[in-house]
Design a protein around this ligand. Structure first.
Ligand code: A3P
Ligand SMILES: CCc1ccc(OS(=O)(=O)O)cc1
Length: 286
């Protein structure tokens, strides 16, 4: 159980798996290669779903890889001690994950042609997903109530900092050839077309039966039962024995079941204020 964060450059991080020394080394020295693919998200935006999909694109829909190798080894987190060490000497094209805000991503990214997929999600759903997820972990400060977590989220006093700043930072990459922006909402609404879009971006082609297998094996229910993808292998070490739920509901709009009318109105006001300068079509939720 943790009652604090690990702060680095003014941003709060989990207390396990992250150290300032390692984060500084990754920031200064990690070398992105042109053939790398980076999956970037603010936490709880559907990261693991996207990783599963990209893995299945690389394996042409064959589930052997996703059923035999833990998700954090298939696409390691560059900012964690474990992920950085497994990535830095890895040969060939790499899948890499990160939740880092733009100002902390290894600087070499900006001199490489690595392909970046940035996945966004309705922050109200991100908030609810995070509230239920982090409270089962041993490495994040626990909120006593949703009301308290709501206040922390608005202020950016949650793992990886402010959602609003994360989006603003990364949106400065919008329009670059190697930067694809997707939303959890479009992935949910039309998974097949969104996977096609990802394939095109990555220059990969799937036969219809390979795509069908990808869709089946990355579905909520199949992922929930795949112990290589559902984080259940981390129970006891990083998460509560009984809980540790990554695949909780997997829907859009669950925030409506948890957030009060007053909180929703306050959130709308803050959203308008902070996000007014960005094109509203970036936010495909009601
Ligand atoms: N195959 C899938 N289909 C739909 N949603 C998925 C999914 N796999 C994970 N998710 C959802 O993505 C969220 C976790 O995001 P991340 O991987 O960034 O931590 C969870 O949201 P909920 O908590 O709203 O259910 C989880 O259920
Ligand atoms: C420190 C380990 C850890 C494991 C899983 C996490 O969640 S997520 O994959 O980013 O959603 C975060 C930290």
């Amino acid at each position: 159980m943790s009652d604090r964060y690990m702060w680095f450059e003014g941003v709060p991080f989990p207390t396990m798996g992250f150290t300032p020394e390692l984060m500084r080394e990754a920031w200064e020295s990690f070398v992105f290669k042109d053939e790398d693919v980076l999956i970037l998200t603010y936490p709880k935006s559907g990261t693991n779903w996207l990783v599963e999909i990209v893995c299945l694109i690389y394996s042409k829909g064959d589930p052997k890889w996703i059923q035999s190798v833990p998700i954090w080894d298939r696409s390691p987190w560059v900012e964690t001690e474990y992920g950085y060490n497994s990535l830095k000497d890895k040969e060939g094209p790499r899948l890499i994950s990160s939740h880092l805000p733009i100002q902390l991503i290894p600087k070499s990214l900006f001199n490489s042609k690595a392909k970046v997929i940035y996945l966004i999600r309705n922050p109200r759903d991100v908030l609810i997903s995070g509230y239920f997820f982090w409270r089962t972990s041993y490495f994040v400060k626990k909120a006593e109530s949703l009301k308290e977590y709501f206040e922390w989220f608005i202020k950016g006093n949650v793992p990886f900092g402010s959602w609003f700043d994360h989006i603003h930072g990364w949106m400065s990459m919008k329009g670059k050839e190697n930067f694809l922006i997707l939303s959890y909402e479009e992935l949910k609404r039309d998974t097949r077309s969104t996977v096609d879009k990802i394939c095109q971006f990555l220059g990969r082609k799937l036969e219809p039966e390979e795509l069908n297998s990808l869709l089946k094996n990355s579905s909520f229910q199949v992922m929930k039962e795949n112990k290589m993808s559902n984080l259940s292998l981390l129970r006891g070490q990083f998460f509560d024995e009984k809980n540790g739920i990554l695949l909780r509901k997997g829907v859009t709009g669950d925030w409506k079941n948890h957030i009060t009318v007053a909180q929703a109105e306050a959130f709308d006001r803050i959203f308008q204020e902070k996000m007014a300068d960005l094109p509203q079509e970036l936010f495909p939720w009601e």
